[in-house]
Design a protein around this ligand. Structure first.
Ligand code: ADP
Ligand code: MG
Length: 212
């Protein structure tokens, strides 16, 4: 009996092999708590610290729902900084290796917007970005979120600290109401609870308490 084996999840054999190739022999605690719920399509609030493996906790789930034949943005991951968005995109690219031609775009501020507009015009499956720049693209009409099935708020408390609350909400408003919404945060202040109550549907809450 081993609950923390990836093979305990209902994943394609090719993804189990891919995870094995990545050196992921078992789930981290946050993955073991989150993935069964994420794969069932549930909304989730996950409290966990940096380095706990949150990216795969949502990434494996959103990749399972992806239709690579449709060049519509189906997953949106919001991150507080360009650096974190880059890390998430890199990890998602590795997790996506078992599928063919998954397109993952990063849309962050501090980067020229022209090339991003060009890339979006070619179609994408997954967008990872910072709220300000994602909102810029929505205002310009260069990003369409009407086919998004999964939204991830990664490091949500940090995004609020950085003043992204309005942008996050404006972006969520542009996505379908029946989306799956996954919220990851190291802390759970009232401001996060408010966003959750407005934008999540009966979220499950999981928490990994670190031992010293
Ligand atoms: P967080 O977002 O919680 O800070 P990450 O998703 O960035 O954490 O993962 C932290 C590190 O752990 C990364 O280097 C990642 O490749 C590695 N990692 C994630 N899940 C596993 C796993 N199941 N087995 C081994 N390493 C893992
Ligand atoms: Mg992370």
């Amino acid at each position: 009996m081993n609950d923390s084996a990836f093979s305990s999840l209902n994943l394609p054999a090719a993804q189990i092999q891919n995870l094995n190739d990545m050196g992921y022999s078992r789930m981290t605690p946050i993955q073991a708590q989150s993935l069964p719920l994420v794969l069932k399509g549930k909304d989730l609030i996950a409290k966990a610290k940096t380095g706990s493996g949150k990216t795969a906790a949502f990434g494996i789930g959103l990749l399972e729902k992806l239709n690579v034949r449709s060049f519509a943005c189906q997953s949106l991951v919001m991150c507080p900084t360009r650096e974190l968005a880059g890390q998430v995109a890199n990890e998602l690219r590795k997790l996506a290796r078992y599928q063919h031609n998954v397109k993952i775009l990063t849309l962050c501020g501090g980067m020229p917007i022209g090339p991003q507009i060009g890339s979006l015009a070619h179609g994408t499956h997954i967008v990872v970005g910072t709220p300000g720049r994602i909102q810029d693209h929505l205002r310009k009409g260069t990003l369409d979120l009407g086919r998004v099935n999964t939204v991830v708020l990664d490091e949500a408390d940090r995004m609020l600290d950085m003043g992204f609350a309005d942008a996050m909400e404006a972006i969520l408003e542009e996505t379908p109401a029946n989306r799956q919404t996954l919220l990851f945060s190291a802390t759970y202040p009232d401001t996060i609870a408010q966003i959750s109550s407005r934008y999540q549907n009966k979220p499950a809450m999981v928490e990994v308490v670190e031992s010293a």
